[in-house]
Design a protein around this ligand. Sequence first.
Ligand SMILES: [Zn+2]
Length: 199
Amino acid sequence: MTKRKERRLGKLPPQYTFILNPYAEYRFTRCPGCERKMRQRKLPLFIHIDPMKPVALNYTCRYCPDCDLLIAHQDEIEELLAALFAELDPSVIGNDYLVMGTMEHQAWRESMKRPMGIPEMLEHLHIFKEVRTVRVQPGGWYPADMDPSKLPIQEPAPLNTSWRKLAGPSDNRPGRFPKPARFPKLKRKPRKRRRKGKE
Ligand SMILES: [Zn+2]
């Protein structure tokens, strides 16, 4: 009878492809997609923190206009969150979190003046169109005929941010920060630069 509506968080159209950069030592001054120089764009990032603590964090992202790609550095985000929640609610520091989208500037400014409930925040949320991960292949000399899929990948080192350190000893149990929490159903497009050879 009724058409099934696509369930989506946020009332506004999705925007941006997003990468949370897990490396402290790589800053992506060039776009990992097209290798052009990245610009900057300051936006209120909408971050969900477990259990139910959404927050909008005004943050200067790297931005590639050609790929419509935003990159936020995970270590910076975690330091900002730790500083913010040291004031707001230290009990959530170290919890899992998910950067979900961006909030309209004006609504964000409003929310600085008066606290907003979650439903109201969602009215002003642009969820990300797509979320990707990034992995770095360290530079070096490799045989010219080497299969690109065989190039070594440098996995990011665990971050040592205040967000993790202030989490306290009870949070050192295994499984903490195993990986970013699941993003709600979003289709992942195949990467632009396909690797040759078998997966
Ligand atoms: Zn690009």
